[in-house]
Design a protein around this ligand. Structure first.
Ligand code: NAD
Ligand code: UGA
Length: 464
């Protein structure tokens, strides 16, 4: 099947950037990204390309190049489905907040809604691509819905999980370590569908980097990759606590360990804890799937990655309280960075949310500065926890537009996102304007300990 029109349902952190790259690299394919969120689509269509809803280095230039040429953003989901030969489903798959599997399983209601809509609207054969991260064997459910409610149309279902990381989405998409495509490779139609998607990626990815598997392997590989990555962070974070007790330095340990080519140096940066929309959600989902097969030891093994991560956030916050003479009540604490990592405006599951919540429970006053996150988002994140009323959050937390302002007259500063600009701050000046003793807690190992101690800070860093 020759692909001339692609539809992507879901204009989020995955749908938006992924489709922008496909459109840029395949000028012969029309790509329409649709979403039910009108505000988000309006932002993608904003005349000023700097106002697109997702901040990713390099993304606005690509959108500028392709938008209106062969890249379109729309709320007309039916029309885009009808016109497309290939439909990517890239909607959110959050952890369930109700019913069976609450707090563990992935909530697949948005996926199912998409499948029903595709079944209802389609008049011609379609290749449906799972781009969202899904529990293994979801394709079976999708197939069931499509085949039983469709109009006699032939649907091929592919799994094509996305491995991009936020903050580096554009480079990850342009030069992926691999593109994974799972399909019904035992049938001719299935093989053709896989080939059609391979041909899309082959416009810029070499064939050696395009891996084809059966659908179940592809679905499970995505959960496995995220579990392994998160496990590395929890492993090094576990060591960070031991380093603090023993005089070892976690960066030195990470370097020594990472130089073993079997282990590798990447993803060994100790931190205040991993955040982001996916690691926790996907591991919880993996734990749930393992449990549902009665594999309790497997489930417990992976659950420990989350338990350790929660512990890391909590102990970082507890150390702030302890260091400030066991009370932060009425004290002003500056939070530098709210995003879950640098170079993104995404705050989902960011450690900053949980550290701040802990400190607020201890009656601290919080002042936040983040270069890319809005005040509205920061309050929404705290309100979502439901720990205190919206109005209390607004009275205890203020959001300012510079790091210097956040730190002024504060008792302590906590660096929670590794934004490059925090390295360049005039820490001498910040020190002068803080209450003394001036405490600085580096949750990202971003700052130079010796330098900050020589300025006069009481300096604490994870893993040292
Ligand atoms: P997101 O919340 O940013 O975007 C999802 C979008 O889907 C939302 O804008 C929502 O309005 C839209 N949507 C939901 N139901 C819809 C429907 N029925 N019709 C039309 N639009 C609908 O989510 P995301 O971060 O882009 O993640 C999407 C999926 O990709 C998830 O499964 C996630 O696990 C996976 N993933 C995410 C990342 C990442 O870096 N964020 C990376 C790899 C994989
Ligand atoms: C992660 C994976 O890296 C992607 O491959 C995957 O596609 C994506 O999840 C997904 O499925 O959503 P992302 O969450 O965007 O990407 O960002 P990461 O770079 O993986 O960072 C996740 C968290 O771990 C961040 O809070 C980061 O600060 C933290 N981290 C990462 C560390 O604390 N130490 C490290 O060494 C690496």
């Amino acid at each position: 099947m020759k692909i001339k029109n692609i539809c992507c349902i879901g204009a989020g952190y995955v749908g938006g950037p992924t489709m922008a790259i496909i459109a840029q690299k395949c000028p012969h394919i029309n790509v329409t990204v649709v979403d039910i969120n009108e505000k988000r689509i309006a932002a993608w269509n904003d005349e000023d390309v700097n106002n697109i809803p997702i901040y990713e280095p390099g993304l606005s230039d690509i959108v500028k190049e392709a938008r209106g040429r062969n890249l379109f953003f729309s709320t007309n989901v039916d029309e885009a489905i009808d016109n497309a030969e290939m439909i990517f489903i890239s909607v959110n798959t959050p952890t369930k907040t109700y019913g069976i599997g609450k707090g563990m399983a992935a909530d697949l209601k948005y996926i199912e809604l998409c499948a029903r809509q595709i079944a209802r609207v389609s008049k011609t054969d379609k290749i449906v691509v799972e781009k969202s991260t899904l529990p293994v064997r979801t394709a079976e459910a999708l197939k069931n819905i499509l085949e039983n409610t469709g109009n006699g149309v032939n649907f091929q279902i592919l799994s094509n999980p996305e491995f991009l990381a936020e903050g580096t989405a554009v480079e990850d998409l342009l030069a992926p370590d691999r593109v994974l495509i799972g399909g019904d490779i035992d049938t001719v139609k299935g093989k053709d569908a896989v080939e059609a998607l391979v041909n899309v990626y082959a416009n810029w990815v070499s064939r050696e980097h395009i891996l084809t598997t059966n659908v179940w392997s592809s679905e499970l590989s995505k959960l496995t990759a995220n579990a392994f990555l998160a496990q590395r962070v929890s492993s090094i974070n576990a060591m960070s606590e031991l380093c603090e007790k023993t005089g070892a330095d976690v960066n030195e340990v990470a370097k020594a360990v990472g130089m073993d080519s079997r282990i590798g140096a990447k993803f060994l940066q100790s931190s205040v804890g991993f955040g982001g929309s996916c690691f926790q959600k996907d591991i919880l989902n993996l734990v749930y799937i393992a449990k549902s097969f009665g594999l309790n030891e497997v489930a417990d093994y992976w659950e420990q990655v989350i338990i350790l991560n929660d512990h890391q956030k909590r102990r970082f916050a507890a150390n702030i309280v302890k260091s400030l003479f066991n009370t932060v009540s009425g004290k002003k604490i500056a939070i530098l960075g709210w995003a879950f990592k640098k170079d993104t405006n995404d705050t989902r599951e960011s450690a900053a949310i949980y550290v701040s919540d802990y400190l607020l429970n201890e009656q601290a006053e919080i002042v936040v500065y983040d270069p890319k996150v809005t005040a509205e988002q920061i309050y929404a994140d705290l309100d979502y926890l439901g720990t205190r009323s919206d109005s209390e959050n607004r009275s205890l937390v203020s959001v300012v537009s510079t790091a210097e302002e956040a730190c002024k007259n504060s008792h302590a500063v906590a660096v929670l996102t590794e934004w490059d600009e925090f390295k360049e701050l005039d820490w001498n000046e910040i020190y002068k304007n803080m209450l003394k003793p001036a405490f600085l807690f580096d949750g990202r190992r971003l700052l130079d300990k010796a330098e900050l101690q020589s300025i006069g800070f009481d300096f604490f860093v994870i893993g040292n």
